[in-house]
Design a binder for this molecule. Sequence first.
Ligand code: SER
Length: 581
Amino acid sequence: MNVKDLFIQFFVSKNHQQIPSAPIVPENDPSVLFNTAGMQPLIPYLMGETHPSGKRLCDYQKCVRLTDLEEVGDKTHHTFFEMLGNWSLGDYFKKESIAYSFEFLTEVLNIPVNRLAVTVFLGDEQIPRDEESAKFWRSHGILESRIAYLGKEDNFWAAGETGPCGSDTEIFYWRSDEEIPENFDPEDDRWVEIWNNVFMEFNRNADGTIEKLPKKNVDTGMGYERIVAVVEGVTDNYASSVWTPVIKKIEEISSLPYKGNEKSMRIIADHIRTSVFIASDPAGIVPSNTDQGYILRRLIRRAIRYAKKLGIDINSNWEQDIAKEIIALYENYYPEIQANAKTVLKVLVDEKNKFNRTLEKGLKEFEKIVAKNTQIDGLTAFHLYDTYGFPIELTIELAQERNIKVDECGFQKHFQEHQEKSRTASKGKFKGGLAGDGEIETKYHTATHLLNAALKKILGPDTHQRGSNITTERMRFDFNCDHKLTEEEKKQVEDLVNEWILKDFIVTKEEMSKQQALEMGAEAMFIEKYPDIVNVYKIGDVSKEICGGPHVNRTSELGHFKILKEEASSAGVRRIKASLE
Ligand code: SER
């Protein structure tokens, strides 16, 4: 029996009611494009409403997380995944939740206790250290040396800026053939997180204060793809039974082995699967240039490009055959996949034909561009998007393969101008989506400049930007640095950015020659690619950067800046993920 069925069977035997997976496009929640966690459709019930199925629930929920889209291609990332979850809505709490998780892992999945470790909440000024959870873990034989106490960043979970939240305890598994160390180090990535049990007893208000919810709830989530890989003893998720039939199909179609072609095959498998799930959702999403439709378009087009790389005949039915394999794998679990199978296949072939008509020409154009230029400016990237249907991410990816930079900032400027125009043209018809998100992205652009300047102040003037990526939820910033930032350094950087935001600096734009800009010490990441006349954005007297914009007018518009994570990106390069609240 597979892990999904075992999970449901186990929790049903513990008096939980199985509930169906909610649609992947949230109903009545325009704030997110896709469901990203099992608990999302349950928010009203965690807040106190009575659930028709009772106080103990379990399910497998279809989820899409886009933050890691570019990482897909390695062993562990996916854009779509299933989340196994069990909930107590004001019924049991820490003791039973921990006992159930422990029993399921060790007695149903037969995972040896010695391969497990846990983290619990360290405590802060508002919520005490979670000695209770630690005590329950010890009572099941988890040694003290395998319990790590971590702060809010790691052991506090919230679905969003407001709403239900609470401290959590996370369960880790030793996924390595090397000897299991006595002491648990959560930073050691041979320990992989497999299950998150959130004790949702608080509600966070818009002003950041937290208050007790009427009832104490439990919300757990376990990534299906990962747990199957763990149970089957593989470190490559795509080598587990979740994926092998799909990979086999791609091997057959391309007449190539998985080995040596992993990246392309994983991307094709992942993107077609996510497309099947998005296109079969009751929301009736079709490829477009906004919102969920844009994501669907990006996924299908990226899959096509990788299929081409494998030498697959794009005009054959390759995508239909892969999709059919996926439909067959999931139709017993998600009736909508079967019910909408025809629609899914049509969405795929229509989008393929549309892209195919311009892909060849676009690739030729791209080759011409790179033969003549050492970088791709914003207008050229926009031309590839507008005329040949190249999502900007595709242009960047193609450019990266040739070690060429793309002026993404400049692209966004042209893109937004274009959106402005079509928005005015179809007044009132435009809703949200990429156009609507421009405002948030603009804030992140400005925050990126502040972070760049703050890092230079705290870590030294030789610190420079190495990369950046902005989504509506967060900013990501890569910079050169030879060490992991200390807590102190992170705090100093965060404080400095917030101090500047509060100073309400005016952001100004000045046109000048590239030479002049360099002489005045303006920061420039890809200086070579800019034309002779550039825009320099100044933020008060703290930052000067060559950039295409757009930016906010005053720093107070940014709100509160928060570093979410600091980690290694590549040798000598660190990565910060941060958000504005
Ligand atoms: N909501 C938590 C998570 O997504 C547990 O389900 O990790």
